[in-house]
Design a protein around this ligand. Structure first.
Ligand code: TXA
Ligand code: MG
Length: 318
């Protein structure tokens, strides 16, 4: 096994040569390519079987890198960066001409974030370019929080995988868009509306399908296992002997074939860390036909957790 430093050098060379590298961030693993190379970015869409209308997040390692990606300077970026970067916050901003249209699916905005992960930051620095990266899963499927999850879905398509162990946040970044009057949330994550509201006013203007059709939250089905999935509720009539439960409180566990407890401390952060791994485990278990997940209150991080669960269960419950 090569030293991590060596692995990062090799991975960076792949990025510089227009190839694809899967790498860990604090949220989920990303499938990265040189964000300024349209042919390299095209390979991401191909590998993921991702529709071309779904734009990518561009990852940077130092705040200065944002300048080349955006059209107008905005002092609110430094304010947000000071508090939340590196970290799981993505900011959608007017894009510069340097950013290829394929990255943004033709939109005039670009989504940017600085991940809070040493390997990701070292990779971006060593490659010497911003890295466009969606989550490293096939489009619509369960997000990867371990290198093994990437291998399961994309081993043929990816040129190199950096293994950084299990990710520490577990669900994707919060995505916000800066508007004239403040910020709007396009995707919920562990950084909540309340956290951001300490710096900027929340803009309550509702998203319209026309202007925000490409926002991540608009796609109702996502994060889906290949098996049936539903959210636990009292009237649920199922054969528990064929079902696996993603358990949070411990109170629903009786009768299930398999139980994966995501937290023993009643801690929503732990639910977020373990949610996708639990879904992967039950998806891979031949004894399980149905995945059931315990619901939580839609407050704080609970909003982001329920968003992932509802989207994962969507195809089976609608
Ligand atoms: O935590 C994360 O954000 C992870 C890690 C790898 O950084 N990335 C991630 O990427 O979740 P992805 O592609 O799975 O989700 C990014 C979402 C997409 O659904 C896309 O619609 C949205 O970001 N997005 C990207 N650019 C956008 C833009 N200019 N306007 C609105 N939404 C945008
Ligand atoms: Mg994704």
């Amino acid at each position: 096994m090569l030293l991590l430093e060596e692995q990062i050098k090799i991975a960076a060379q792949h990025i510089q040569s227009g190839r694809l590298v899967a790498f860990p961030t604090e949220t989920v693993y990303g499938l990265g390519a040189n964000a300024l190379d349209p042919l390299a970015v095209a390979k991401i869409f191909e590998a993921k079987e991702r529709p071309s209308f779904d734009p990518l997040i561009v990852h940077i390692a130092v705040l200065d890198q944002v300048k080349q990606l955006i059209r107008v300077e905005d002092e609110r970026i430094a304010l947000l960066a000071k508090q939340f970067w590196p970290g799981p916050l993505t900011i959608v901003l007017p894009k510069s001409d340097l950013v290829p249209d394929i990255v943004t699916s033709g939109l005039d905005t670009v989504a940017v974030r600085m991940p809070d992960h040493d390997i990701a930051l070292a990779l971006i620095k060593t490659a010497g370019c911003p890295i466009a990266a969606p989550s490293a899963n096939k489009f619509g499927r369960i997000s990867p929080t371990k290198a093994a999850h990437v291998r399961k879905q994309l081993s043929k398509e990816v040129d190199y995988i950096l293994d950084g162990g299990k990710t520490t946040v577990g669900i994707e970044s919060t995505i916000i868009k800066l508007t004239r009057s403040g910020f709007r949330i396009l995707r919920n994550g562990v950084i909540s509306k309340e956290d951001i509201s300490t710096l900027l006013p929340f803009d309550p203007t509702p998203q319209t399908a026309n202007t925000e059709i490409l926002a991540p939250g608009m796609i109702k089905s996502h994060y889906s296992p290949t098996k049936m999935m539903c959210i636990a509720h009292p009237e649920l009539k199922i054969d528990k002997q064929k079902a696996g439960l993603i358990s949070f409180s411990g109170s629903l566990e009786q009768g299930y074939r398999k139980v994966i407890r995501v937290s023993y401390q009643n801690d929503l952060k732990e639910y977020a860390v373990n949610i996708f791994d639990a879904m992967h485990q039950l998806e891979d278990d031949p004894e399980i036909e149905l995945i059931v997940a315990e619901a939580v209150k839609e407050e704080g991080i609970g909003i982001a957790i329920m968003d992932r669960l509802k989207k994962a269960a969507h195809d089976w419950t609608s």
